[in-house]
Design a protein around this ligand. Structure first.
Ligand SMILES: [Fe+2]
Length: 419
């Protein structure tokens, strides 16, 4: 096969991937009404309208002007509106005020998306071969970035809708996942020196590199996530009032915010209900418990006489398995029970702080702001969730959130030390 044939095949593959990711974002938004695009319920969430413009801004900032010398932005003032946190690129609309942007309208933002698409597709076809390697990397980064925002869109839509007293459903026809009553099982994992991190053979973020050695002790991992039923036993045992179970920051946080149950749980007439992307539903006791903070996950583990796994222990196990499970493409948008539950359903909190691996080098230039600058005060989560695109997850993937965050689809797996 000649280089030219390879290049043509790569361009056609990149074009297909580009179209697929961009259309998936629009499919997710196709269930929204124009009014839904505007809401920002808390400072952590962004209006859907802002998300779909921001992912286009990413291509307009990091790809189009670099490879197309006469590229004209759709609207030069959008750079201020839709830059998220790239301080070395431009100043930006303050994050808590993203919901103030009634203009541009939703129609104008879709026109912006399509303008970026036309220019991107033309570049994929026509770009000079000598620039293709860097271009391919940047487009792939932009597509992975957009996939992250697909998950953020669903997280944010869920929260935005949850604060509406009507409790509207994002999808009225969402299938109720089948939940089974499975007993928790444990597997023994032998310790020793193992390697974690990406070998760079396929796309990964900078925070997954370099691959390096770590030392694991003998340990045990539960084969499935903790369920609502199990978490209810913790609540009913006074779990939220027992100071001995909580990290100091967690105890402070639950007092300050009066937390007594996971996010989205509501008690009506002595029954628990839970808000989902399919609207308000009766709590299913066998479903994995979701939307808990690291503090709650940690307190539950301590109550159960166990601990949270480290990210190294989880990656070591995940690396032995195919990336299969309940992901966005299954369209359940809710976690499901299974006896062997490793990928999908819910991001799994770990006991590991989000820090650079030894020898970590951020992406070059402004793209270096993507991950590295957040390596302080956050914890890592592993495995992907029911709102994560399946091909966006891998064993080495490091998600990260603040310990008090709980609007993301996060749950917990138990671990314990072994002899
Ligand atoms: Fe972003």
């Amino acid at each position: 096969m000649t280089d030219n044939v390879l290049d043509v095949a790569s361009r056609s593959k990149l074009r297909d991937e580009y179209l697929k990711v961009r259309s998936e974002t629009e499919r997710i938004c196709s269930l929204l009404q124009p009014d839904d695009y505007q809401i920002q319920s808390i400072i952590e969430t962004s209006p859907p309208k802002w998300h779909i413009a921001h992912v286009s801004w990413f291509f307009e900032s990091f790809v189009l002007p670099k490879f197309c010398s006469n590229y004209k932005p759709f609207n030069a003032r959008f750079a201020y509106l839709f830059n998220s946190y790239y301080e070395t690129v431009s100043t930006m609309q303050p994050r808590p005020k993203r919901g103030m942007l009634s203009r541009p309208t939703v129609d104008e933002i879709y026109a912006y998306r399509h303008y970026v698409d036309e220019n991107m597709l033309e570049l994929i076809e026509t770009l000079d071969d000598s620039q293709y390697v860097d271009f391919h990397f940047r487009v792939t980064l932009g597509l992975n970035h957009e996939q992250q925002h697909q998950e953020l869109l669903l997280m944010d839509i869920k929260h935005n809708f949850s604060v509406n007293p009507l409790r509207p459903a994002y999808n009225d026809n969402l299938t109720e996942p089948l939940q089974s009553d499975s007993k928790i099982q444990w597997i023994e994992r032998e310790g020793g020196i193992v390697e974690i991190g990406s070998d760079g053979e396929s796309f990964c973020y900078d925070n997954e590199t370099p691959r390096h050695q770590v030392l694991l002790q003998n340990h045990k991992l539960a084969t499935r996530l903790v369920t609502n039923n199990e978490y209810l036993a913790f609540i009913n045992d006074g779990g939220y009032s027992r100071v001995d179970l909580w990290l100091a920051d967690g105890w402070y946080h639950i007092q300050k915010n009066q937390w007594r149950n996971p996010l989205y749980w509501e008690s009506h007439d002595d029954e628990w209900w839970v808000f989902t992307l399919g609207g308000l539903r009766k709590l299913n006791s066998n479903e994995p418990v979701s939307h808990i903070s690291l503090y709650e996950a940690d307190a539950y583990a301590r109550w159960a006489g166990k601990r949270l796994p480290s990210e190294m222990e989880l990656e070591n196990k995940l690396s032995e398995l195919p990336v299969e499970g309940n992901f966005l493409n299954h369209d359940l948008l809710q976690p499901q029970t299974s006896e062997q539950q490793w990928y999908g359903d819910l991001w799994q909190w770990t006991a590991t702080t989000y820090s650079p691996y030894p020898g970590f080098k951020p992406f070059a230039g402004s793209m270096g702001e993507y991950n590295g600058k957040f390596m302080c005060n956050q914890m890592t989560l592993r495995g992907g969730a029911c709102v994560t695109p399946q091909n966006h997850t891998r064993a080495t993937y490091r998600n990260f959130f603040y310990p008090h965050d709980r609007w993301q689809f996060a749950g917990l797996r138990l671990a314990e030390d072994a002899e």
